[in-house]
Structure formats: structure tokens, C-alpha cells
Design a protein around this ligand. Structure first.
Ligand SMILES: [Zn+2]
Length: 97
């Protein structure tokens, strides 16, 4: 859901919805060794699939090892400080700074 506070002026897009571009930019996450216990928040996917978070940003973040999508449409600030354990290949992925 897009938030529109109506303060941006009279130019409102009308009569049609915006189709997201088919190919979103994909950024590779940084591979890191397994963090020592208790030092980082490691996110582990317990179910099927590899996507941890679906957001409303513009960028997909993929596993630096196997290329599986871990964060869909996610801004880097949304997941700062977290480490993601890839459900496909078992690599630890961090947001590159
Ligand atoms: Zn992977």
C-alpha cells in the first residue's frame, strides 16, 4: 500500500496504476563467516523458500553465494545489523556497507 499524504502538489497520477518494472535491481549481499554466538542477530528461515522480508522498496537483495533472493524490495536501512542465513545454500549474508 502506497502512502500518499496529498502534500506533494496537484500533480496526482490518475486513472491507472503504476506497474512495477519487471526487472528490479538486484544487489548481492556480502558473505560473512558464521558470526560467534550472541554477537549478531542471525535470521534463519524456518519454512520453505528463501525470502525473509518483502518490503516496498526498489531493490532485491540476493545471496552472495547462490543468488537466491533473500530480501525482496527492501531498503538496506530496514535490515541494518541483521545477518541472514540463506535457506538455499547455508551461507551467512550481511548487508554490505
Ligand atoms: Zn545462498
Amino acid at each position: 500500500m502506497a502512502v500518499d499524504n496529498g502534500l506533494s502538489g496537484p500533480e496526482q497520477p490518475k486513472g491507472g496504476r503504476v506497474t512495477p518494472p519487471a526487472g528490479r535491481p538486484q544487489l548481492k549481499m556480502a558473505l560473512i563467516p558464521k558470526p560467534p554466538e550472541g554477537t549478531r542477530a542471525v535470521m534463519v528461515q524456518s519454512g520453505e523458500g528463501t525470502v525473509f522480508i518483502r518490503g516496498s522498496g526498489k531493490t532485491d537483495w540476493v545471496c552472495g553465494e547462490c543468488g537466491a533472493i533473500l530480501l525482496e524490495r527492501c531498503g538496506p536501512h530496514q535490515v541494518q545489523g541483521m545477518v541472514f542465513l540463506c535457506n538455499a545454500c547455508g551461507a551467512y549474508n550481511d548487508i554490505p556497507v
